[in-house]
Design a protein. Structure first.
Length: 594
């Protein structure tokens, strides 16, 4: 598999070079001009600046609140689109409003600042997503615990997720039986029920969580398998002809074995069977009638090997997901659909279906940072670059067997890679995610991760039009002229700074991801050994460009809250030189052309 990936990468690189007409070796470099210095990096105060919603409709009102205890009376706020200031105002008090622009599907960076030039101070930053459809730029979170909760307890969870601009929530294991998710008695939903692991689930908790999510413009997706049934499901109307079998004589039903405290094994149904589709669609009608869910998050169990239908014919499960998705979409066309491609199993068909975005649960052998990038690019190919990706990639997996803490550099490095390639990371809910069983909250975030992670999500929002809105990955020739950085083109390699390059419109984007001090290329960091990279400052870089460059700017989620800064640069022939102010985990450099 990995050899196949390397072959594909080689083919892709050769195609890019051919498309450019000449390789870097064919270009005769001009003498490098003198590298200009940059203004001093602004002081960053990291005040708490928040928005009232996870995303906004075009033209709607954005409400901001800030801890203004350290703000001078002269503080201002500026609104940027991709490094350009589009609006500015004075900051008065601890709250204010801004009318979002009318253009759909854009991300904005908001900076509260004071002073100017070498004495500028940035007090706070935040991202604003202006999008009419959350599935364009999905930032997926989860909820997994539905006992009796107070209003304040639920508000605390949703308010925290809003801080990360989570715009969609997967309600995990909220249901009763997989084949009858919402118990309805006498025309009314039950007030409570048991989930498969014998937890008490309360209707009012699920209902109130949906309401609170909607109040923050977050969408609510109900979780269920596409083919799950409990013991004795035939008593509930499930037909024996719908099951999946491990033999061609329909003697042995395929099932996922579960022991106590689980209430049942999970038996598999054929997702392409029309009878089963109609049965579950009818059950979903109950769900939508009584709970205001926005869509269906579909799950599977991965590659099961050779399986059979009731009539003895071979069943290729990977080919059953598309017809199942289409059946559910036809039944409820206004509802959103996402489906988990476990380690990419069935993803090609899912990508070509009516699913609204792509979702991959990542397992071995996809263990390296390069594997994460490959999955996202493969999803782009499958969907013809029309659907963005979310990766369910569980961090510090072995550590999560016990109480403890996430390893901060492991989380930030993984997010840097996923975000730079245009994906999002399913990791945030009532707690951060370390296991595929979402209620597992053994690992907590340390204070440094709590401080850093909101900046990563602000960055994902503010620059989403460069990160997740089209463009083509390419190769840009980037070199260090002072030896402070060892640079290598992606795929990543330990001990070097990896460049991820992408042409977006008239901009050349260069992501610099710092593996100089990395202890491993294993993104999951099972034993928690990944280390914090040493900060690299004032590194002289040269980029080959055959076009005149009009502007060079930089932004990093690790520095001054992701605020963008223009860099001094000079260009002589095909060499553009500048000084990179800082690189910790991840810095994005943008060269703009006429």
């Amino acid at each position: 598999m990995k050899q196949f990936k390397l072959i594909l990468m080689s083919i892709a690189l050769a195609a890019i070079i051919a498309a450019c007409g000449k390789s870097d070796d064919d270009i005769t470099p001009d003498p490098k001009p003198e590298i200009p210095a940059n203004p001093a990096t602004p002081t960053y105060m990291n005040a708490v600046l928040q928005t009232d919603k996870a995303a906004y409709l075009p033209g709607s009102t954005v409400n901001f609140t800030i801890d203004n205890s350290g703000l001078p009376a002269s503080a201002k706020v500026r609104y940027k689109y991709l490094g350009e200031v589009i609006d500015e105002a004075a900051v008065s008090g601890s709250s204010w409003t801004w009318q979002a622009p009318d253009t759909d599907f854009r991300g904005y960076a908001v900076e509260v600042y004071g002073g100017s030039g070498d004495s500028e101070t940035i007090y706070a930053t935040v991202g604003v997503d202006v999008s009419s459809d959350w599935t364009k730029f999905p930032r997926y979170g989860f909820l997994s615990k539905f006992p009796q909760l107070t209003d304040a307890e639920m508000s605390e969870v949703i308010d925290n997720l809003n801080k990360y601009h989570i715009n969609g929530l997967q309600f995990y294991d909220w249901m009763n039986k997989h084949h009858m998710p919402l118990p309805v008695v006498g025309g009314s939903p039950a007030s409570s029920w048991k989930d498969i692991i014998n937890r008490d689930i309360y209707f009012n908790t699920v209902e109130k969580y949906i309401e609170k999510a909607h109040g923050r413009n977050m969408k609510a997706m109900f979780y269920n398998l596409v083919y799950g049934a409990w013991d004795n499901a035939e008593a509930d109307g499930v037909q024996k002809e719908w099951y999946v079998f491990t033999d061609n004589g329909h003697t042995n039903r395929d099932f996922h074995p579960l022991s106590s405290p689980f209430l049942s094994n999970i038996y598999l149904l054929d997702p392409s069977n029309i009878g089963w589709q109609q049965f579950l669609a009818s059950e979903n009608q109950n769900v939508y009638q009584f709970l205001d869910f926005d869509g269906f998050h579909m799950d599977q169990l991965g590659d099961r090997g050779i399986r059979y239908k009731y009539d003895g014919s071979v069943l290729n499960l990977s080919q059953t997901y598309k017809p199942f998705i289409e059946a559910m979409k036809t039944d409820k066309p206004s509802k959103d659909i996402a489906m988990n491609a476990v380690n990419q199993y069935g993803q090609q068909g899912i990508a070509q279906s009516s699913a609204d975005f792509l979702y991959t649960e990542v397992w071995s052998p996809n263990d390296t940072y390069n594997d994460l990038s490959y999955i996202i690019q493969q999803n782009n190919t499958y969907s013809n670059n029309s659907k963005n990706s979310v990766l369910a990639a569980y961090m510090n997996y072995d550590l999560a067997n016990n109480q403890g803490y996430f390893n901060t550099p492991a989380v930030l490095m993984t997010d840097a890679v996923i975000f730079a390639f245009g994906g999002a990371h399913l990791e945030l809910g009532e707690h951060m995610l370390g296991k595929e069983y979402f209620p597992n909250g053994n690992l907590q975030m340390k204070s440094d991760l709590k401080a850093a992670l909101p900046d990563y999500y602000d960055f994902l929002v503010a620059y989403q039009n460069l990160l997740r809105d089209g463009g083509n990955f390419n190769i840009a020739s980037v070199s260090s002229t002072d030896g402070k950085i060892q640079i290598a083109n992606w795929p990543a390699s330990q001990g070097a700074v990896a460049t991820v390059c992408k042409k977006v419109g008239t901009s050349q984007v260069i992501h610099l991801i710092n593996f100089t001090d990395s202890k491993s290329q294993q993104w999951r960091d099972n034993s928690g050994i990944q280390t914090i990279p040493a900060l690299i400052k004032d590194a002289a870089l040269s980029v080959t460009s055959t076009q005149p460059v009009t502007k060079v700017w930089v932004a990093s989620p690790d520095i001054i809250g992701g605020a963008s800064r223009s860099l001094e640069f000079s260009q002589s022939g095909n060499q553009v030189v500048f000084t990179l102010p800082e690189l910790k985990y991840w810095t994005m450099v943008v060269l703009e052309y006429e």
